[in-house]
Ligand binder design. Structure first.
Ligand SMILES: Nc1ncnc2c1ncn2[C@@H]1O[C@H](COP(=O)(O)OP(=O)(O)OP(=O)(O)O)[C@@H](O)[C@H]1O
Length: 307
């Protein structure tokens, strides 16, 4: 397959501020690719460079073989872009904005625009300034999808959407994928990327630390679990379970806290054997996982590897 996106040693600094450093990445045509990282990692900087809105400090970005900075007009024609933040004329209605942007595209299929509006349960009759964050996001999504672009670049696409609209967005991604079009989406939410993407790059502090199949993220996923038993508990019950990274017995002698990686099944089995009466699980967010990973890495530099 040919490369739809190619980043070669891409670096962008803002004066002395780090933006992104030496990013190397290739996304094939037809992939749904996730760009995952905590706040401030450099996702928006990368995307704005791809869209020709920022000039790289060094290195190059290409879309379908076109230089994103030097040939940015041609690039914009190919792409449907949802920015992380957008300022549109606050006095125009959603419908007027979509009509204006559709004309800029040289005309779009109005039936498809209506379908998108309905599917996202969007009311296009209000002025932009009166829209909630979620409704503004819907304007952004409709305009990104409406001309059926070959490549969609979406910066945090589900921000502000309620769960029903999120599901509809995931369906749109699946349909776009089935048509062989390419999607590059940024997110700081691990389950979202797991749900939608084939491959993922993880970016932290301006650098790519991992590029992998989404299926491999399971190795990276952790849970905090609190299990309370009727009877006094002992950490020995969980000592032989693979994937238990940390275990603590609370002073009450009945509650065990575990941090685990991988499948929860063996833990639940043991909890059931010992007649647990309460199990609470919490999935740490990316920031927490990164903080833990790098804290462990500093303490035991040769024991763990992300790759
Ligand atoms: N216009 C700017 N001027 C100076 N520094 C900037 C500017 N834009 C971004 N940065 C810095 O570049 C780094 C990467 O920011 P960026 O917005 O690309 O991250 P992000 O992963 O998109 O984060 P978020 O999810 O919070 O939007 C951060 O350290 C940020 O402070």
């Amino acid at each position: 397959m040919s490369a739809m996106i190619q980043l070669q040693h891409l670096t962008k600094t803002y004066g002395r501020q780090r933006g992104i450093q030496d990013i190397q990445l290739q996304v094939a045509e037809g992939e749904v690719f996730g760009f995952l990282g905590p706040n401030g990692a450099g996702k928006t900087t990368t995307i704005r460079t791809l869209m020709g809105l920022l000039k790289p400090t060094s290195g190059q970005a290409f879309i379908a073989g076109l230089d994103c900075w030097k040939e940015s007009t041609a690039v914009k024609r190919l792409v449907g872009y949802l920015p992380g933040e957008f300022a549109l004329d606050p006095t125009l209605t959603g419908a007027q904005i979509l009509s204006y942007l559709g004309h800029l595209r040289g005309g779009v299929d109005q039936n498809y625009v209506r379908q998108l509006i309905e599917r996202l349960d969007f009311d296009p009759s209000k002025r932009f300034r009166d829209y909630s964050r979620g409704n503004k996001q819907k304007v952004g999504l409709v305009q990104a999808f409406m001309h059926k672009p070959r490549l969609l670049i979406l910066d945090e696409p589900t921000g502000g959407l309620d769960p029903l609209n999120q599901q509809e967005f995931y369906k749109l991604v699946q349909e776009t994928h089935a048509e062989g079009r390419t999607i590059f989406l940024s997110s700081h939410i691990l389950p979202e990327v797991e749900h939608t993407c084939d491959r993922v790059a993880i970016i932290r502090e301006g650098q790519i630390i991992q590029v992998n199949e989404v299926a491999r993220l399971k190795d990276f996923k952790q849970h905090d679990i609190e299990i309370t038993f009727q009877q006094p508990a002992t950490l020995e019950w969980f000592a032989q379970i693979p994937g238990v990274l940390n275990s603590i017995l609370e002073p009450n002698g009945h509650t065990i806290r575990l941090t685990t990686q991988g499948s929860l099944q063996p833990i639940i089995q043991i909890a059931a054997q010992h007649e647990a009466y309460n199990i609470l699980t919490h999935e740490p967010n990316l920031e927490e996982i990164f903080l833990r990973f790098y804290a462990n890495e500093a303490a035991q530099p040769h024991k763990k590897s992300l790759a």
